[in-house]
Design a protein. Structure first.
Length: 126
């Protein structure tokens, strides 16, 4: 299945999540470029080579995950591999390689998190 990248720039469409997390708020604010650095409500499912992967609770379909690398952030559709946002090319290649290796686990984690249960950790890319 071909992987499509849509370089629309990261849009902070997850502002609603902060309201749904009680007292938890963004640990780091949105940068002027709109990149989400880290969100305490996002269950972290993997971390490798400076890239943090997570899934927000109570999210909209299609099933997707978020990857954060420094000031860059992307959303990646699990089944289609469509990427929304901007990421350094090398880091993006690593995320997509990791996606190919763990697609079934990611879909299972998506279902867990959306039903209010904790995500399972997924092995990092080595």
């Amino acid at each position: 299945m071909p992987i499509k990248s849509i370089g629309l720039g990261f849009r902070p469409h997850h502002a609603h999540v902060a309201r749904n997390c009680g007292d938890q708020r963004l640990q780091a604010p949105l940068t002027p470029s709109g990149a989400l650095r880290y969100h305490v409500c996002m269950p972290e499912i993997a971390r490798f080579l400076g890239i943090v992967i997570g899934i927000f609770p109570r999210e909209h379909p299609p099933a997707h995950f978020h990857a954060v690398y420094g000031e860059y952030a992307i959303t990646v559709e699990i089944e289609g591999g469509i990427v929304h946002g901007d990421f350094p090319k090398r880091a993006l290649r690593l995320v997509l390689e990791w996606l190919d290796l763990h697609r079934d686990e990611l879909l299972a984690d998506w279902e867990l998190v959306q039903s209010g249960r904790p995500a399972r950790k997924i092995a990092p890319l080595e």
